[in-house]
Design a protein around this ligand. Structure first.
Ligand SMILES: [Zn+2]
Ligand SMILES: [Zn+2]
Length: 178
């Protein structure tokens, strides 16, 4: 039973669970997780429930799991497109708290492929599968970075980020303004 509801997935879960007359404990038992996880998940607290549990919840409740399989519906609800290529100029690298993060600048376009580098655009978090709705470098659902540099790519990620950032800024300055 595919759903095209624009409601956040955690609210869909709560509504479907109530419709099935299951308590949070019953749903947790069926999904193989703890009641406290269901409670937090339904409240919109993310990152506590594994992707496989999210899929399990979807199956149990007859919902469409967010993520790769829900690409069209993620687009339908206005999820933000992001180029997964960390070297793409549509992603501005910055170094914060000892971690390399990428801020999607919104210049990748809104089609299926990146307007700059041609990579296939993503609209869901690669970690939890939630559609990405807010701007920013991290998933608003699970807090994970949305774009990441592969481990071992740069011996000094901070220096790489500074050089790349300067290059991206220079490139943007050179582009005609929309
Ligand atoms: Zn790109
Ligand atoms: Zn996430």
């Amino acid at each position: 039973m595919p759903t095209s509801s624009a409601e956040p997935f955690h609210l869909q879960v709560r509504a479907a669970r109530r419709a099935a007359h299951w308590s949070q404990s019953e749903l947790a038992a069926r999904a193989g997780c703890r009641q406290s996880q269901i409670s937090e998940f339904e409240a919109g607290v993310r990152g506590k429930v594994a992707r496989e549990t999210v899929v399990k919840l979807s199956e149990l409740l007859g919902l469409e799991a967010p993520g790769e399989t829900a690409g069209p519906s993620a687009a339908a609800i206005g999820a933000r497109a992001r180029c997964p290529n960390f070297e793409c100029p549509s992603n501005l690298p910055y170094w914060v708290g000892g971690q390399l993060l990428f801020l999607p600048l919104g210049t990748a376009g809104s089609g299926t492929h990146c307007a700059i580098c041609g990579e296939v655009l993503e609209r869901a978090c690669p970690h939890c599968g939630a559609p990405v709705l807010a701007p920013g470098g991290c998933c608003e659902s699970c807090g994970s970075p949305l774009v990441e540099m592969p481990g071992g790519f740069a011996s000094d990620p901070r220096a790489w980020a500074e050089a790349q950032r300067a290059a991206v800024v220079a490139l943007r300055a050179a582009l005609p303004r929309a």
